[in-house]
Write a protein that binds this ligand. Structure first.
Ligand code: OOG
Ligand code: MG
Length: 253
């Protein structure tokens, strides 16, 4: 049953088609949901994709309120999910994509289990402004906690801006999401668990509890500072994070 759900979600993601929420027809536990996520991402890895990091979700109130889920979640990132800065994506390949402004950490040391903020920062090689493109595979972007976790926490694509020094200040930075240069969502880096480094601490804890570790060279997305915004054709979407800079991508007309 777990395998069947994992296959269904993998195929939905691969073909950009929606499926019914699992929780409408059967009940799964949170550990089972993470097991489904792992199996469905394994299908991608079996097709040659590489694991490049992890994403944290529901690390801000804005996101919890938008989606009605208030537990931290995480998902896996593969190389095929990476969208280059200025790349033009075809949103017909997605189900109902949304964009959200984030901060990314690049690691130069492994991290796992209970770590302090200082230990987390000591494992950071660089920090960058980022955009996550989330795309729930469930009809109408509706899900329970277990549903979204099984669906790799809606992870779909991500854009990373230029890497900045690990010593960059990331405390209380204004973060904006713009569509065609107009601000559509604004927040602060401290909307992410009071400070984005806390998200890396949580990533080490959660992923450690799942028996995995964050590795040198991996990217960790800290989670969105604002609600996500639905994508439409022919848009330029950018995120800027005060002194960290910004990044952008476009959608095909
Ligand atoms: C779940 C993913 C949440 C974030 O940054 O909070 C997330 C969703 O909103 O569909 O990526
Ligand atoms: Mg996100």
């Amino acid at each position: 049953m777990i395998e069947d759900i994992a296959n269904t979600l993998d195929q939905a993601a691969a073909t950009g088609s929606s499926v019914e929420q699992i929780s409408l027809s059967q009940s799964i536990t949170l550990p089972q949901a993470y097991e489904i996520q792992k199996l469905s991402i394994q299908q991608r890895l079996d097709r040659g994709e590489k694991l490049v990091g992890y994403k944290m979700g529901f690390t801000s109130r804005a996101k919890m309120l938008q989606m009605g889920v208030d537990d931290l979640i995480w998902g896996r990132l593969t190389d095929a999910m990476h969208v280059e800065v200025d790349e033009v994506i075809d949103i017909t390949k997605y189900v109902h994509p949304r964009a959200e402004p984030e901060i990314a950490f690049l690691l130069n040391k492994p991290l796992s289990g209970k770590v302090t903020k200082e230990e987390a920062l000591a494992a950071v090689e660089a920090i960058a402004p980022a955009i996550e493109i989330i795309d729930s595979r469930y009809t109408n972007f509706k899900f329970s906690l277990e549903d979204v976790v099984a669906d790799n926490s809606s992870s779909s694509s991500f854009v990373i801006g230029e890497w900045q020094s690990k010593d960059s200040n990331i405390d209380g930075l204004a973060m904006n999401l713009r569509v065609n240069n107009e601000i559509v969502a604004s927040g602060s880096s401290n909307d992410i668990l009071d400070h984005p480094i806390n998200s890396l601490v949580e990533a080490a804890r959660c992923i450690g509890a799942a028996g995995e570790e964050l590795k040198a060279g991996q990217i960790i997305l800290a989670g969105a500072a604002t609600a996500a915004v639905a994508l439409e054709p022919n848009q330029t979407i950018s995120a800027d994070v005060a002194n960290l800079g910004g990044c952008q991508f476009r959608t095909k007309a």
